[in-house]
Design a protein around this ligand. Structure first.
Ligand code: OAD
Length: 237
């Protein structure tokens, strides 16, 4: 491989980076909850139809995530943040494992499962209650609370998205870790980086739609491959 500059680095992560921590991915065989797929539950329509069902799913996921620990891949990204002059971690994950590993500069494209939002006035609060004492949870104002995440059919926060676009446009190296790269606009970020001249590296256990575009595809689990890649890039290997 070419030795890309590490001055400006952008990283896009997806569910695969947390797989070895024990968090199920969305599209793998373990991605089902009861008989539902994520796309059937993570929508405003599903929530309007049956907020209890949707909250039961989130309560199950929160309980599962609460019992998981960040892995070596999350920790490597923390190290990269400390090392690089300009580093941006863009994640589609809502699990909070990057923060628990110590990452600070994070753009959460799809929100955070540990925050709730009032459906009436949009007030957002942290909420770490596991399991929830009441499903569906309600705001002190009486309105329903929803998870502060982005559902299918909803727009991403434009400030967060613009910061992500800016980061991928200026980076020298972009790493794409553990995402099937099918959900837009997140999935369009690697191509933007590539077109702007960045060296693009994908880390995944299997090839994706992005692999053909990548300058380097590393096939293997992120918790093993990311620390190795970082050691190689910094000359420690
Ligand atoms: P997916 O479940 O679509 O993809 C997970 C990816 O991780 C797959 O490409 C796997 O091959 C890969 N993978 C699995 N284990 C891995 C490991 N140990 N190391 C490296 N890679 C591994 O998850 P996302 O791409 O994150 O959106 O899904 C994108 C969005 O779709 C999610 O943020 C969520 C979902 O529906 C919303 O909820 C809005």
């Amino acid at each position: 491989m070419r030795n890309p500059s590490l001055r400006s680095v952008a990283v896009l992560t997806g569910a695969g980076i947390s797989a070895e921590s024990g968090v199920p991915t969305f599209r793998g065989a373990d991605g089902l909850w009861r008989q539902y797929r994520a796309e059937e539950l993570a929508t405003p329509q599903a929530f309007m139809r049956n907020p209890t069902l949707v909250w039961e799913w989130y309560d199950w996921r929160r309980g599962l995530i609460a019992g998981c620990q960040p892995n070596a891949a999350h920790r490597t990204l923390t190290e990269m943040e400390r090392w690089c002059e300009d580093f941006t971690l863009i994640t589609q994950n809502v699990d909070g494992l990057h923060q628990r590993a110590g990452s600070e500069r994070i753009l959460e494209l799809h929100g955070d499962i540990w925050r709730v939002r009032c459906t009436t006035d949009n007030t957002v609060c942290d909420n770490h209650e596991v399991p929830l004492s009441r499903i569906p949870p309600t705001c002190p104002c009486g309105a329903l609370l929803r998870p502060d995440v982005v559902w299918f059919g909803e727009s991403l926060d434009s400030e967060v998205m613009n910061a992500a676009y800016a980061a991928v446009e200026r980076c020298d190296l972009m790493l794409v870790v553990g995402t099937s790269a099918v959900v837009h606009p997140a999935a369009s970020l690697p191509a933007i980086a590539h077109n702007a001249g960045a060296y693009l590296v994908e880390v995944n256990v299997q090839e994706t739609a992005l692999s053909a575009l990548a300058d380097e595809v590393i096939l293997g689990p992120a918790a093993r491959e990311l620390p190795e890649l970082w050691a190689r890039l910094t000359g420690a290997l």
